[in-house]
Structure formats: structure tokens, C-alpha cells
Design a protein around this ligand. Structure first.
Ligand code: ATP
Length: 464
């Protein structure tokens, strides 16, 4: 087995993640050829596959592994009254200050984390030249117009969260899904917020994807379900490989709670920028259904035919971000180590994404050792068989060491190398991304074996 020397501490920084994402085609700044558009990002091939796997795992946890949740995909543009009822029109604001000196805008409640526009070593307001206005409320919703004529069209908003699309469909779902409380409605989709200070790569952007589930319960059971979902959601990240010591649940202080919430806890991850929210889990009471019932005139309640009881269900909401989760998985997986074999010079460093195999964008890469002597033909045959079961790449270009490095950087758990022996005995070398161990496997049943390994329980080797 090649000798490796693990680095003593976490080597990851946000800059390294940004550079790797660009270099390996995960994520690019949007509209780059026009100079960028500020904190919006485009996902490249591997980014699409990775985020797709994150979302698939969320669906798996919500839909496949239980039978009390159904899916929905609601519209981004909704009736403006939705946002009146939800409180977003009046209250979805952040406090904003302008600096008359540097002409920059800042979130008034984040000044201690932000840099002065003129002197980046200082916070806004700290230098003599800083000239900040009083804070004023800034609504984060993007406004647009429905209809061809701007002046006479109706004002509409790009949804700032997916949750309201669930509440306004409560009645539809109840009549068609044959569910009764406790049951949930889950949705993944884009949301838009005109954040005053977006940043930290895809941690805070103006356009992002949310994974939200509203769980409707009898009022008396709300606290139990709230605790159930706290545990479930933390475990989801751990089971997908996040180190438990980099994850915590933090209960909101009473003065942090939203107006509708009787309890909220955040799942937080220790990002390179410090502990930050990954997901919020809130006990929303009957606020949303009651508000929409009042504004729409529709009854949004449940009638239990067995007990004759009629009530407005309470709601437990786990609300996660697909982009933020993807960033956390990337950060937690990032590793560097010194490798002393595999065609590399002594003491050379490899960068590797130790992603859970189920999250890895590519599960296996088929690599003929040389691009001649019949090896590519056999490698293509193996590739065809494996790609029927898992996402698999074929790569015959360049030195084998370089091809391994490339797969390491995109987190491919298994490399399958075809050599001259393969042609004689129809075996391949399987190289493990994390241990670098190599073993010889028969081509027969190889695809099933890879699929089995991808789905086997997994623990990050970073835990030692
Ligand atoms: P924050 O306090 O970070 O602004 P929030 O409490 O407003 O987040 P929620 O409204 O609870 O966030 O949204 C649920 C989840 O959606 C968040 O936990 C996060 O993962 C994701 N999310 C929210 N805003 C953004 C954003 N601007 N960019 C990326 N993801 C976001």
C-alpha cells in the first residue's frame, strides 16, 4: 500500500474550496465573461451531479424511507396576497446602512463581521472617514411585474422561501393524498432573496435552492414532533459523512425567535468562517394555516371523521439549503496528504475529496493503463457495464498518476485500472480513493460490486 502522511489538522479554507470548484468544474462565478453579477454562481458538470446527489438523499430521507410525507413542486410566482398573509411583505426585512464615504451598503446587524469599504482591516463605522446613515428596513423580496405592460401589470415577487407554496396547497394535498396528521409535504426549489451582504461563496447568495418540509401534526403532539425532527435532521448529515464534532444543534434565544415560532433550533456546521446555520427547524404552531385561511377565506383545517374533532394542525418545519449543504459536504470532505508512490515524487501532495460515495459526483472511473494494446477496448466494455448501475467515467489521457489525482479531486471513490494482465485474466485493479489500497477484482459482476460498495454504510476516514 502506498505510504501516506496525514496532515495534522484541518487544512481546508474557503479559498481552497473556491479554487478547487473552479479548477475541477464544480461551480463558477456567474456571467464571468461580463465581469460577474455579484454572488450568483453557475454549477458545472460535477457541481450538478454533487448537488443532485444531495437533493436525492434529501428526497430519499423524506419520501423513500418513510410513508408519511408527500412531494410538491409549487410555482415560483405566486399571488401577491400570499406574501401579505405570510408576513413577508411587511416584515421580511434586514436593517440596512449606507456609508456616504465609501458608497457601500452593509447589514446593520452584521457590521462586526464586515469589512470597511476603504480600510478592509477595519469594520464599517470604525474609521474616522466612515459616515454611516441610520439603519432602515430593507425588504429582501425581488419584485417583478406579471403582464406585458410594466405600468399596468400586477406586482409580483420571486418567492423568498418555498414553504408558502406548501401551505397554500394544504387543502389540495389533504383531499388527494389520503393522508391525515401527522403527515408532511416536502418541496425542493429555487428561492430568491435580495441579500444586502451576500458572500462566502455559495453560503449566502441571492438565488439558491431550498429543501423544505412542512409537517402537520395535532397541536398536542407538536413538541414531540419538533424533537423528533431535530434528531432526524442532525442524523441525516452525520449519516452522509459529516464529522459529528463539526455539527451542532443550537436553540434560538427567545429574542431571536421569529414572530410565528414557539421554538427554533439551527443545525450548525463549523465552516471555515466559524459555526454557521445549515438548516433551521421551527415549531411554527398554526400561524401559517391560520394566516392563509384568514386572507383567502378558505378553511384550512383538518376534520377527523372518527373523533368528530376539527382543528388547525400545527406545523414543524425543517428548512435546509441545498447549496449550503453542498458547501458543507465539500468543506468536510476536503483533505490534503503527502503521497509517496503512485508515480509521484517523494513528498508530493494530493488533494482529495473524501465524500460519502453516495454523494460523490462520479462513483467509478475506468482507466486503461496505456491507450493501446487492446486495453481501451476492454476498458470501454467495463465502462459500459459499470455506467448502467452508477455514474462512471472513462479516461485514457495522460499518465496514470495524473488521472488518479484528477479523480481524487472530484471525489471518485473507486478507480478501475485495466492493464496487460486484464486482457489475459479479465480482472481489473480497484483503487480505493481514501486508503489507496489496491485489489484485483474479476470483471464478471464488477458493476454489481461497485454498486454494493457505493451503498454500503460509510464513515469518513477523517475521523481516524
Ligand atoms: P440566515 O440566518 O443564514 O440568513 P435564515 O434563517 O434566514 O438564514 P431560513 O429562512 O431559515 O434561513 O432558510 C432555510 C435555509 O435556507 C437556511 O438554513 C439556509 O440553508 C438556506 N438559505 C437561506 N438563505 C440563503 C441564502 N441567501 N443563500 C443560500 N442559502 C440560504
Amino acid at each position: 500500500m502506498p505510504e501516506t502522511t496525514a496532515e495534522p489538522k484541518d487544512v481546508v479554507t474557503m479559498d481552497k474550496i473556491v479554487a478547487l470548484c473552479k479548477r475541477r468544474g464544480f461551480i463558477f462565478p456567474s456571467s464571468e465573461i461580463y465581469g460577474g453579477v455579484g454572488s450568483t454562481y453557475d454549477f458545472g458538470h460535477y457541481g450538478v451531479l454533487l448537488k443532485g446527489n444531495v437533493k436525492a438523499e434529501w428526497w430519499r430521507a423524506m419520501l423513500s424511507e418513510r410513508d408519511d410525507i408527500v412531494a410538491i413542486d409549487s410555482a415560483i410566482l405566486q399571488h401577491p396576497k400570499v406574501w401579505e398573509a405570510s408576513g413577508h411583505l411587511a416584515g421580511f426585512t434586514d436593517p440596512l446602512v449606507d456609508c456616504r464615504a465609501c458608497k457601500q451598503r452593509f447589514r446593520a446587524d452584521h457590521l462586526a463581521e464586515l469589512q470597511c469599504g476603504r480600510k478592509p482591516s477595519k469594520h464599517p463605522g470604525e474609521t474616522d472617514e466612515c459616515d454611516l446613515t441610520d439603519a432602515r428596513d430593507f425588504n429582501l423580496m425581488f419584485e417583478t411585474t406579471i403582464g406585458p405592460v410594466k405600468e399596468s401589470g400586477a406586482t409580483a415577487y420571486l418567492r423568498p422561501e418555498t414553504a408558502q407554496g406548501i401551505f397554500i396547497n394544504f387543502k389540495n394535498v389533504l383531499s388527494f393524498s389520503r393522508k391525515k396528521p401527522p403527515f408532511g409535504i416536502a418541496q425542493i426549489g429555487k428561492s430568491f432573496r435580495n441579500e444586502i451582504t451576500p458572500g462566502n461563496f455559495i453560503f449566502r447568495t441571492r438565488e439558491f435552492e431550498q429543501m423544505e418540509m412542512e409537517f402537520f401534526v395535532p397541536p398536542a403532539d407538536a413538541q414531540d414532533w419538533f424533537e423528533h425532527w431535530l434528531k432526524e435532521r442532525e442524523l441525516w448529515y452525520v449519516n452522509l459523512g459529516i464529522r459529528p464534532d463539526h455539527l451542532r444543534l443550537r436553540a434560538h434565544d427567545p429574542d431571536e425567535l421569529s414572530h410565528y415560532s414557539s421554538g427554533t433550533s439551527d443545525v450548525e456546521y463549523l465552516f471555515p468562517i466559524g459555526w454557521s446555520e445549515l438548516e433551521g427547524i421551527a415549531n411554527r404552531g398554526d400561524f401559517d394555516l391560520s394566516a392563509h385561511a384568514e386572507h383567502s377565506g378558505e378553511k384550512l383545517e383538518y376534520f377527523d371523521q372518527q373523533t368528530g374533532e376539527r382543528y388547525v394542525p400545527h406545523v414543524i418545519e425543517p428548512a435546509a439549503g441545498a447549496d449550503r449543504a453542498t458547501l458543507a459536504f465539500l468543506v468536510d470532505a476536503y483533505d490534503e496528504e503527502l503521497v509517496e508512490r503512485e508515480g509521484m515524487g517523494k513528498g508530493e501532495r494530493r488533494t482529495v475529496l473524501r465524500l460519502h460515495p453516495r454523494l460523490a459526483p462520479v462513483k467509478a472511473a475506468v482507466l486503461p493503463l496505456v491507450a493501446k494494446e487492446g486495453q481501451p477496448d476492454l476498458a470501454r466494455e467495463v465502462h459500459r457495464a459499470v455506467r448502467e448501475r452508477v455514474q462512471c467515467e472513462y479516461d485514457e489521457g495522460g499518465a496514470i498518476g495524473r488521472r488518479y489525482r484528477r479523480q481524487d479531486e472530484i471525489g471518485t471513490p473507486f478507480c478501475l485500472t485495466i492493464d496487460h494482465e486484464s486482457l489475459q485474466d479479465r480482472t481489473v485493479t480497484l483503487r480505493d480513493r481514501d486508503s489507496l489500497a489496491q485489489e484485483r477484482l474479476a470483471i464478471e459482476d464488477l458493476a454489481q460490486e461497485i454498486e454494493r460498495r457505493v451503498n454500503a454504510p460509510w464513515k469518513t476516514p477523517k475521523l481516524g
